[in-house]
Ligand binder design. Structure first.
Ligand code: CP
Ligand code: NVA
Length: 329
Protein backbone atom coordinates (compact mmCIF):
# COMPACT_ATOMS: atom_id res chain seq x y z
CA UNK A 1 0.00 0.00 0.00
CA UNK A 2 1.48 3.35 -1.08
CA UNK A 3 1.41 6.04 1.60
CA UNK A 4 2.90 9.42 0.62
CA UNK A 5 1.62 11.46 3.56
CA UNK A 6 4.13 14.08 4.68
CA UNK A 7 6.50 13.44 1.77
CA UNK A 8 8.25 16.17 -0.24
CA UNK A 9 8.11 16.02 -4.04
CA UNK A 10 11.49 17.42 -5.07
CA UNK A 11 12.67 15.03 -7.78
CA UNK A 12 11.51 11.72 -9.19
CA UNK A 13 14.70 9.97 -8.14
CA UNK A 14 13.24 10.08 -4.61
CA UNK A 15 10.15 8.10 -5.69
CA UNK A 16 9.83 4.41 -6.43
CA UNK A 17 8.25 3.05 -9.59
CA UNK A 18 5.25 1.91 -7.55
CA UNK A 19 4.80 5.38 -6.02
CA UNK A 20 4.97 7.08 -9.43
CA UNK A 21 2.45 4.63 -10.87
CA UNK A 22 0.20 5.23 -7.89
CA UNK A 23 0.30 9.03 -8.41
CA UNK A 24 -0.60 8.49 -12.08
CA UNK A 25 -3.51 6.29 -11.05
CA UNK A 26 -4.79 8.93 -8.61
CA UNK A 27 -4.41 11.61 -11.32
CA UNK A 28 -6.66 9.61 -13.66
CA UNK A 29 -9.30 9.29 -10.92
CA UNK A 30 -9.14 13.00 -10.17
CA UNK A 31 -9.52 13.79 -13.87
CA UNK A 32 -12.70 11.71 -13.94
CA UNK A 33 -14.04 13.54 -10.87
CA UNK A 34 -13.33 16.89 -12.49
CA UNK A 35 -14.95 15.82 -15.78
CA UNK A 36 -18.07 14.52 -13.98
CA UNK A 37 -18.34 17.57 -11.77
CA UNK A 38 -17.89 15.34 -8.71
CA UNK A 39 -16.75 17.29 -5.62
CA UNK A 40 -13.37 16.34 -4.25
CA UNK A 41 -12.61 18.98 -1.61
CA UNK A 42 -10.87 16.42 0.62
CA UNK A 43 -8.37 18.96 1.98
CA UNK A 44 -10.86 21.58 3.15
CA UNK A 45 -9.44 24.05 5.64
CA UNK A 46 -5.79 23.57 4.63
CA UNK A 47 -3.60 26.33 3.19
CA UNK A 48 -0.74 26.21 0.68
CA UNK A 49 1.93 28.76 -0.31
CA UNK A 50 3.13 28.95 -3.91
CA UNK A 51 6.57 30.52 -4.40
CA UNK A 52 7.47 31.51 -7.96
CA UNK A 53 10.90 33.04 -8.55
CA UNK A 54 10.45 32.42 -12.29
CA UNK A 55 7.45 33.03 -14.57
CA UNK A 56 4.73 30.42 -15.08
CA UNK A 57 1.33 29.93 -16.66
CA UNK A 58 0.59 26.20 -16.44
CA UNK A 59 2.29 25.31 -13.16
CA UNK A 60 0.92 28.28 -11.25
CA UNK A 61 -2.62 27.87 -12.60
CA UNK A 62 -2.55 24.11 -12.05
CA UNK A 63 -1.45 24.51 -8.42
CA UNK A 64 -4.02 27.25 -7.77
CA UNK A 65 -6.98 25.47 -9.38
CA UNK A 66 -5.99 22.09 -7.94
CA UNK A 67 -5.68 23.55 -4.43
CA UNK A 68 -9.08 25.23 -4.75
CA UNK A 69 -10.73 22.07 -6.13
CA UNK A 70 -9.35 20.24 -3.09
CA UNK A 71 -10.91 22.88 -0.84
CA UNK A 72 -7.69 24.62 0.13
CA UNK A 73 -6.71 28.28 0.42
CA UNK A 74 -3.76 29.55 -1.65
CA UNK A 75 -1.19 32.34 -1.28
CA UNK A 76 0.91 33.24 -4.33
CA UNK A 77 4.37 34.70 -3.70
CA UNK A 78 5.82 36.05 -6.96
CA UNK A 79 9.36 36.91 -8.05
CA UNK A 80 9.05 40.23 -6.20
CA UNK A 81 7.18 41.22 -3.08
CA UNK A 82 8.46 38.75 -0.49
CA UNK A 83 11.59 38.86 1.66
CA UNK A 84 12.78 35.41 0.57
CA UNK A 85 16.39 35.26 -0.49
CA UNK A 86 16.85 39.02 -0.25
CA UNK A 87 16.41 39.94 3.42
CA UNK A 88 15.59 36.47 4.70
CA UNK A 89 17.35 33.16 4.22
CA UNK A 90 15.65 30.14 2.71
CA UNK A 91 15.94 28.38 6.07
CA UNK A 92 14.10 31.18 7.88
CA UNK A 93 11.47 31.51 5.16
CA UNK A 94 10.85 27.77 5.30
CA UNK A 95 10.25 27.81 9.04
CA UNK A 96 7.93 30.83 8.85
CA UNK A 97 5.84 29.41 5.99
CA UNK A 98 5.66 25.97 7.57
CA UNK A 99 4.10 27.52 10.66
CA UNK A 100 1.22 28.94 8.60
CA UNK A 101 0.76 26.56 5.66
CA UNK A 102 0.25 22.82 5.24
CA UNK A 103 2.32 22.69 2.02
CA UNK A 104 4.77 24.81 0.00
CA UNK A 105 5.42 24.87 -3.75
CA UNK A 106 8.67 26.32 -5.08
CA UNK A 107 9.66 27.28 -8.64
CA UNK A 108 13.06 28.86 -9.09
CA UNK A 109 16.71 28.27 -9.63
CA UNK A 110 19.00 25.72 -7.94
CA UNK A 111 17.77 22.33 -6.79
CA UNK A 112 19.68 23.14 -3.56
CA UNK A 113 17.15 25.91 -2.83
CA UNK A 114 14.09 23.65 -2.98
CA UNK A 115 16.04 21.02 -1.04
CA UNK A 116 16.88 23.59 1.62
CA UNK A 117 13.23 24.69 1.85
CA UNK A 118 12.31 21.06 2.42
CA UNK A 119 15.08 20.51 4.97
CA UNK A 120 13.91 23.42 7.09
CA UNK A 121 10.14 23.04 6.79
CA UNK A 122 8.09 20.43 8.57
CA UNK A 123 5.44 20.41 5.81
CA UNK A 124 5.64 18.89 2.30
CA UNK A 125 7.54 20.93 -0.30
CA UNK A 126 6.79 20.45 -4.01
CA UNK A 127 9.20 21.32 -6.81
CA UNK A 128 7.43 23.43 -9.44
CA UNK A 129 10.62 23.56 -11.59
CA UNK A 130 14.27 24.19 -10.86
CA UNK A 131 17.26 24.49 -13.18
CA UNK A 132 17.83 20.72 -12.77
CA UNK A 133 14.40 19.11 -12.58
CA UNK A 134 10.70 19.58 -13.38
CA UNK A 135 9.05 16.57 -11.71
CA UNK A 136 5.39 17.64 -11.76
CA UNK A 137 5.66 18.13 -15.52
CA UNK A 138 6.70 14.50 -15.90
CA UNK A 139 3.57 13.10 -14.33
CA UNK A 140 1.45 15.06 -16.81
CA UNK A 141 3.62 13.94 -19.73
CA UNK A 142 3.44 10.27 -18.82
CA UNK A 143 -0.26 10.48 -18.05
CA UNK A 144 -0.74 11.80 -21.61
CA UNK A 145 1.28 8.87 -23.01
CA UNK A 146 -0.82 6.43 -20.93
CA UNK A 147 -4.06 7.93 -22.18
CA UNK A 148 -2.83 7.53 -25.74
CA UNK A 149 -1.38 4.04 -25.63
CA UNK A 150 -2.95 2.45 -22.56
CA UNK A 151 0.44 1.65 -21.02
CA UNK A 152 3.95 3.11 -21.05
CA UNK A 153 6.38 0.26 -20.32
CA UNK A 154 8.48 -0.50 -23.41
CA UNK A 155 7.41 2.67 -25.24
CA UNK A 156 10.16 4.73 -26.88
CA UNK A 157 10.25 8.42 -25.99
CA UNK A 158 12.72 10.63 -27.86
CA UNK A 159 13.78 14.05 -26.64
CA UNK A 160 15.27 16.40 -29.26
CA UNK A 161 17.16 19.56 -28.34
CA UNK A 162 18.84 20.84 -25.17
CA UNK A 163 19.19 17.43 -23.54
CA UNK A 164 20.74 18.73 -20.30
CA UNK A 165 17.88 20.98 -19.28
CA UNK A 166 15.42 20.38 -16.43
CA UNK A 167 12.80 18.73 -18.66
CA UNK A 168 15.23 16.38 -20.44
CA UNK A 169 16.85 15.38 -17.13
CA UNK A 170 13.49 14.60 -15.62
CA UNK A 171 12.26 12.69 -18.67
CA UNK A 172 15.35 10.50 -18.49
CA UNK A 173 14.58 9.74 -14.84
CA UNK A 174 10.87 8.96 -15.26
CA UNK A 175 11.42 6.87 -18.40
CA UNK A 176 14.04 4.85 -16.51
CA UNK A 177 11.73 4.38 -13.53
CA UNK A 178 8.86 3.20 -15.73
CA UNK A 179 10.85 0.85 -17.98
CA UNK A 180 10.59 3.02 -21.07
CA UNK A 181 13.16 3.46 -23.85
CA UNK A 182 14.53 6.98 -23.60
CA UNK A 183 16.55 8.47 -26.45
CA UNK A 184 18.20 11.87 -26.72
CA UNK A 185 18.96 13.61 -29.98
CA UNK A 186 21.32 16.49 -29.31
CA UNK A 187 24.78 17.85 -30.00
CA UNK A 188 27.56 16.47 -27.76
CA UNK A 189 27.79 19.82 -25.93
CA UNK A 190 24.23 19.47 -24.63
CA UNK A 191 23.95 15.98 -23.16
CA UNK A 192 22.89 15.31 -19.52
CA UNK A 193 25.50 15.10 -16.76
CA UNK A 194 27.34 11.81 -16.66
CA UNK A 195 26.45 11.11 -13.04
CA UNK A 196 22.71 11.41 -13.68
CA UNK A 197 23.01 9.19 -16.76
CA UNK A 198 24.80 6.54 -14.67
CA UNK A 199 22.14 6.70 -11.95
CA UNK A 200 19.41 6.26 -14.54
CA UNK A 201 21.25 3.38 -16.21
CA UNK A 202 21.33 1.62 -12.84
CA UNK A 203 17.56 2.12 -12.48
CA UNK A 204 17.06 0.72 -16.01
CA UNK A 205 18.75 -2.53 -14.97
CA UNK A 206 15.81 -3.08 -12.61
CA UNK A 207 13.01 -1.84 -14.85
CA UNK A 208 14.04 -2.96 -18.34
CA UNK A 209 14.30 0.62 -19.60
CA UNK A 210 17.10 1.85 -21.86
CA UNK A 211 18.87 5.17 -22.45
CA UNK A 212 20.56 6.09 -25.72
CA UNK A 213 22.19 9.20 -27.14
CA UNK A 214 22.27 10.21 -30.80
CA UNK A 215 23.82 13.08 -32.69
CA UNK A 216 21.84 12.06 -35.78
CA UNK A 217 18.17 12.98 -35.29
CA UNK A 218 16.94 10.59 -37.99
CA UNK A 219 18.76 7.67 -36.36
CA UNK A 220 17.50 8.57 -32.88
CA UNK A 221 13.85 9.13 -33.75
CA UNK A 222 13.41 5.90 -35.68
CA UNK A 223 10.51 3.82 -34.28
CA UNK A 224 9.67 6.44 -31.64
CA UNK A 225 6.25 6.35 -29.99
CA UNK A 226 6.62 9.81 -28.47
CA UNK A 227 8.55 12.75 -29.82
CA UNK A 228 9.34 15.46 -27.26
CA UNK A 229 11.06 18.82 -27.41
CA UNK A 230 11.49 21.92 -25.26
CA UNK A 231 12.77 25.48 -25.69
CA UNK A 232 16.40 25.91 -26.75
CA UNK A 233 17.12 28.40 -23.96
CA UNK A 234 15.59 27.88 -20.54
CA UNK A 235 14.47 30.45 -17.99
CA UNK A 236 17.41 31.84 -16.06
CA UNK A 237 19.89 31.30 -18.91
CA UNK A 238 21.68 34.33 -20.35
CA UNK A 239 19.85 35.68 -23.45
CA UNK A 240 23.27 36.34 -25.03
CA UNK A 241 23.42 32.55 -25.53
CA UNK A 242 20.58 32.55 -28.08
CA UNK A 243 22.77 32.78 -31.18
CA UNK A 244 25.05 29.95 -30.10
CA UNK A 245 22.09 27.77 -29.06
CA UNK A 246 20.21 28.37 -32.31
CA UNK A 247 23.26 27.34 -34.34
CA UNK A 248 23.82 24.26 -32.19
CA UNK A 249 20.19 23.13 -32.12
CA UNK A 250 18.88 24.00 -35.58
CA UNK A 251 19.59 20.44 -36.81
CA UNK A 252 17.47 19.12 -33.91
CA UNK A 253 14.27 21.01 -34.74
CA UNK A 254 11.18 18.78 -34.67
CA UNK A 255 9.65 19.12 -38.14
CA UNK A 256 7.42 16.99 -40.38
CA UNK A 257 10.35 14.94 -41.72
CA UNK A 258 11.35 14.04 -38.15
CA UNK A 259 7.77 13.24 -37.10
CA UNK A 260 7.27 11.07 -40.18
CA UNK A 261 10.44 9.18 -39.25
CA UNK A 262 8.77 8.01 -35.99
CA UNK A 263 6.11 5.31 -35.76
CA UNK A 264 2.95 6.08 -37.75
CA UNK A 265 0.87 6.58 -34.61
CA UNK A 266 3.55 8.55 -32.71
CA UNK A 267 2.50 11.57 -30.67
CA UNK A 268 4.21 14.93 -30.27
CA UNK A 269 4.69 16.33 -26.76
CA UNK A 270 6.06 19.65 -25.45
CA UNK A 271 5.95 20.97 -21.90
CA UNK A 272 5.16 24.48 -23.28
CA UNK A 273 5.58 27.40 -23.66
CA UNK A 274 6.83 26.87 -27.22
CA UNK A 275 8.37 28.96 -29.98
CA UNK A 276 6.55 27.55 -33.01
CA UNK A 277 5.75 30.87 -34.70
CA UNK A 278 6.50 34.60 -34.39
CA UNK A 279 3.43 35.31 -32.26
CA UNK A 280 5.43 36.17 -29.13
CA UNK A 281 7.76 39.05 -28.26
CA UNK A 282 10.79 36.76 -28.04
CA UNK A 283 9.75 34.80 -31.15
CA UNK A 284 9.54 38.06 -33.09
CA UNK A 285 12.91 39.31 -31.77
CA UNK A 286 14.58 36.04 -32.74
CA UNK A 287 13.07 36.26 -36.23
CA UNK A 288 14.32 39.81 -36.69
CA UNK A 289 17.81 38.96 -35.43
CA UNK A 290 18.41 35.47 -36.82
CA UNK A 291 15.78 35.04 -39.56
CA UNK A 292 14.08 31.93 -38.13
CA UNK A 293 10.33 31.99 -37.53
CA UNK A 294 10.08 28.58 -35.78
CA UNK A 295 12.53 27.15 -33.31
CA UNK A 296 12.38 23.82 -31.46
CA UNK A 297 9.23 22.70 -33.35
CA UNK A 298 7.61 23.79 -36.59
CA UNK A 299 4.09 25.19 -36.53
CA UNK A 300 3.05 22.31 -38.79
CA UNK A 301 3.99 19.66 -36.18
CA UNK A 302 2.74 21.72 -33.24
CA UNK A 303 -0.69 22.08 -34.84
CA UNK A 304 -0.78 18.57 -36.35
CA UNK A 305 -3.27 15.83 -35.48
CA UNK A 306 -0.39 13.97 -33.77
CA UNK A 307 0.23 16.81 -31.32
CA UNK A 308 -1.02 16.24 -27.76
CA UNK A 309 0.40 19.40 -26.22
CA UNK A 310 -2.87 20.80 -24.93
CA UNK A 311 -4.02 17.47 -23.46
CA UNK A 312 -0.61 17.38 -21.77
CA UNK A 313 -1.09 20.93 -20.43
CA UNK A 314 -4.51 20.03 -18.99
CA UNK A 315 -3.00 17.01 -17.29
CA UNK A 316 -0.77 19.34 -15.27
CA UNK A 317 -3.89 20.13 -13.23
CA UNK A 318 -4.85 16.53 -12.46
CA UNK A 319 -1.31 15.36 -11.68
CA UNK A 320 -0.40 18.31 -9.47
CA UNK A 321 -3.68 17.76 -7.65
CA UNK A 322 -2.72 14.13 -7.08
CA UNK A 323 0.66 15.15 -5.63
CA UNK A 324 -0.92 17.61 -3.19
CA UNK A 325 -3.73 15.25 -2.24
CA UNK A 326 -1.50 12.27 -1.54
CA UNK A 327 1.18 14.19 0.38
CA UNK A 328 -1.32 16.19 2.48
CA UNK A 329 -4.05 13.60 3.06
N1 CP B 1 5.29 23.62 -18.61
C1 CP B 1 5.34 24.56 -17.67
O1 CP B 1 5.91 24.36 -16.59
O2 CP B 1 4.74 25.71 -18.00
P1 CP B 1 4.77 27.06 -17.17
O3 CP B 1 6.18 27.61 -17.27
O4 CP B 1 3.78 27.95 -17.84
O5 CP B 1 4.42 26.76 -15.75
N1 NVA C 1 13.23 24.14 -19.87
C1 NVA C 1 12.19 25.12 -19.73
C2 NVA C 1 10.95 24.48 -19.20
C3 NVA C 1 9.77 25.42 -19.05
C4 NVA C 1 8.56 24.75 -18.53
C5 NVA C 1 12.66 26.22 -18.82
O1 NVA C 1 13.22 25.92 -17.76
O2 NVA C 1 12.48 27.39 -19.14
Amino acid sequence: MVDLRGRDFLKLLDYTTEEIEYLLHVSMKLKEFKRNGQRHDYLKGKQVALIFEKDSTRTRCAFEVAAKDLGMGVTYLGPTGSQMGKKETIADTARVLASMYEGIEYRGFGQDIVQSLADYSKVPVWNGLTDQFHPTQMLADIMTVMEEFGSVKGKKLVFCGDARNNVANSLMVICSKLGMHFACCSPKELVPEEELVKTCQEICKETGGTINFYEDIMEGTKDADCLYTDVWLSMGEDPSLWEKRINLLKPYQVNKTVLDNCKKNAIFLHCLPSFHNTGTTIGKEIFEKYGISEMEVTDEVFESSQSRVFEEAENRLHTIKAVMLETLR
